[in-house]
Write a new protein. Structure first.
Length: 195
């Protein structure tokens, strides 16, 4: 079964966007607000809207769960070292898909098949015919067991990284997908306070 491609509609939307692009091509490389946001790739999150940003304001780093992976930290280091960000925000969210499985779960699903799994009443189930791959065994999928603790852990991991200067404040938040509100995780922000 093949899904209909959205390529034509994406290209049409881009043509309309480019027609009204105006002076945005002259925006400077460093972000105007000197901030970076690490958040989840979830389609329900729009950092520009929930943080009041426009193009050119901030670096937004997104991955599954908004986790402080090696690659996310790499991006944050580049963000301050080469482009001058001075304040960072780690923002996880309620009802995150990373809470619905464990490392063992996704490893098992990938081992069975590479087809898309379905979320049923007992969690994710593989419906593929196979073959799968054991390559998922080597990956830490950074799943979330406790949402607040994941924010604390990620802010701590960033704060303790030897390439992150203590002068950069790192704030921890949870975005409420049900209401659109940001709730600060005080323990995380205390750990991330500038030194």
């Amino acid at each position: 079964m093949t899904a209909t491609s959205l390529r034509p509609s994406i290209l049409e939307a881009n043509r309309a966007y480019a027609e009204g692009f105006g002076d945005r091509g002259k925006l400077p490389l460093p972000p105007a607000k000197r901030i970076a946001i690490l958040t989840c790739m979830d389609a329900r999150l729009d950092p520009a809207r929930y943080a009041g940003l426009v193009e050119g304001d901030a670096h937004v780093i997104r991955n599954a769960g908004g986790r402080a992976s090696d690659d996310a930290i790499r991006s944050l280091v580049i963000s301050y070292k080469l482009l001058g960000t001075q304040e960072w925000f780690v923002i996880h969210h309620t009802n995150c898909g990373m809470e619905f499985f464990t490392n063992d779960t996704i490893r098992g699903l990938l081992h069975q098949s590479l087809d898309t799994a379905v979320l049923g009443p007992n969690g994710f189930e593989d419906v593929g015919a196979g073959p799968g791959s054991s390559a998922g065994e080597a990956i830490d999928w950074l799943t979330i067991e406790n949402l607040e603790q994941s924010v604390v852990d990620d802010v701590r991991r960033i704060r303790e990284h030897p390439l992150v200067p203590g002068r950069i404040p790192i704030h921890g938040f949870i975005y409420q997908v049900e209401t659109g509100e940001l709730r600060e995780v005080l323990e995380a922000s205390e750990i991330g306070a500038a030194r």
